[in-house]
Design a binder for this molecule. Structure first.
Ligand code: GSH
Length: 234
């Protein structure tokens, strides 16, 4: 059984998409990040970065205690290896998946996150910051569009790379983008959206809606974290 520490954000959706696609049994432990539950001591033992998603595998493939994993990319790799699904074992296709997974973790995710922050959450609207991250997201969409011109999915076959990228494009308008300018990306995006497991993953997320990140109390918790926040545990 997988115990999934989760909240319905793009990084959270990555993992429920995987679990739904593969039929892996899991139980959700909600981490309401707008209320500060990411700072609960028991959660920090699993995820020392005070971020969700994280998981505990209570039935690991090797003997020994349960395995804790934080960071959505590491989680997708762990689950891919555990189930033998959506992460090929063969060297060449595996290298393709890993590149696009890390491209998401180091590029599309963080850049889209800053894009969303400055455009939609920051009280002070800083045109330079908004433009910088919108432009970079725009560039990254073109990279995906080119990549998808001659293959169905980012690494060829459907994989954890697609599950990592898709939630960070939902919806494109949130990130100031219009898919009409990216025909191959648009085809991929619609294919992802229409996959029954992806639909189920987003449907599951609707049960856990909390206050938006624009709520004054949530803002105090989510924004302005420093080393002092980590040292005192929230
Ligand atoms: N690199 C991490 C990022 C995770 C992350 O940023 N999670 C956010 C929600 S999407 C979170 O838990 N935020 C809580 C906070 O900011 O305190 C991953 O991919 O898992």
């Amino acid at each position: 059984m997988i115990d999934l520490y989760y909240w319905p954000t793009p990084n959270g959706h990555k993992v429920t998409i995987f679990l739904e696609e593969t039929g892996t049994p899991y139980k959700i432990y909600p981490v309401n990040i707008g209320k500060g539950e990411q700072f609960k001591p028991d959660f920090l033992k699993i995820s020392p970065n005070n971020r969700m998603p994280a998981l505990v595998d209570t039935d690991p493939a090797e003997p020994g205690p349960p395995v804790n994993v934080f960071e959505s990319g590491a989680i997708l790799v762990y689950l891919g290896e555990k189930t033998g699904k959506l992460l090929p074992r063969a060297l060449r296709p595996r290298a393709e998946v890993m590149q696009w997974l890390f491209w998401q973790m180091g590029g599309l995710g963080p850049m889209s996150g800053q894009n969303n922050h400055f455009a939609n959450y920051a009280v002070e609207k800083i045109p330079y910051a908004i433009q910088r991250y919108r432009d970079e997201t725009n560039r990254l969409y073109a990279v995906m569009d080119k990549r998808l011109a001659d293959r169905d999915y980012l690494a060829g076959d459907y994989s954890i790379a697609d599950m990592a990228c898709y939630p960070w494009t939902v919806p494109p308008e949130r990130y100031g983008q219009n898919l009409d300018g990216f025909p191959h990306l648009k085809r991929w995006w619609e294919t992802m959206r229409d996959r029954p497991a992806v639909k189920r993953a987003y449907e599951i997320g609707t049960q856990y809606r909390g206050v938006p990140a624009t709520d004054p109390e949530a803002r105090k918790i989510l924004f302005g974290q420093t080393a002092a926040t980590v040292r005192r545990g929230g």
